[in-house]
Design a binder for this molecule. Sequence first.
Ligand code: SF4
Length: 204
Amino acid sequence: MAAEINQRLAGIATPKKFKMALNGCPNSCVEAQLNDLGIIAVQDGYWLYLGGKGGRQPQLGTRLDMVIKEEYILETVERIVRNYIQVAQNERLGEVINRVGLMPFLKGVLAWSSGGFKTCIGARYCKNGVGDVHVMAERIISSGGVQGNVTISGCGNACVMDNGAYCNVVILRDRLWVYNKNGDVDVVNADHLPEYLKRKSILK
Ligand code: SF4
């Protein structure tokens, strides 16, 4: 994993020192808690600690309340580092998190917001999630250009529901509830969402 992270990120300039520690188990012999990004392998995936540092003003990293699955760990690490580079003001990651808050920082990292789309952090990263908002967003984008704003929430809590959006999609297991701007609510099969959006002229 260290080699793969290196392949993705080596040579990228960071605003301040950025240290990572990879641990094979929770004994954490190379101190995940005292590095900007600490990784600990556990039974079903990985724990992540963010924002730790040593030095004159040491700070323990905060463990995210989630287990990141093997298939998402590299992408997650890359997103964290790239988002840190974007939002840091000459600060270590711990200082960024102290300033903006952990959840706002994480939403910037793990939610999607591009090309008219906004998603919540979804089932990959939220224990309430029942649907993969990231896969759904990718599937829609590969089907055509979006004409207006669309939000996708990974469960009925509908965290990214936006009254100003053309369409708000809420994943409820294998069915979607789609709230349209004109006030209609449709129940749509997840596989048929791109066609549905095309019919509504939301997707070109
Ligand atoms: S909508 Fe559901 S899955 Fe998405 S962040 Fe909110 S609680 Fe989690």
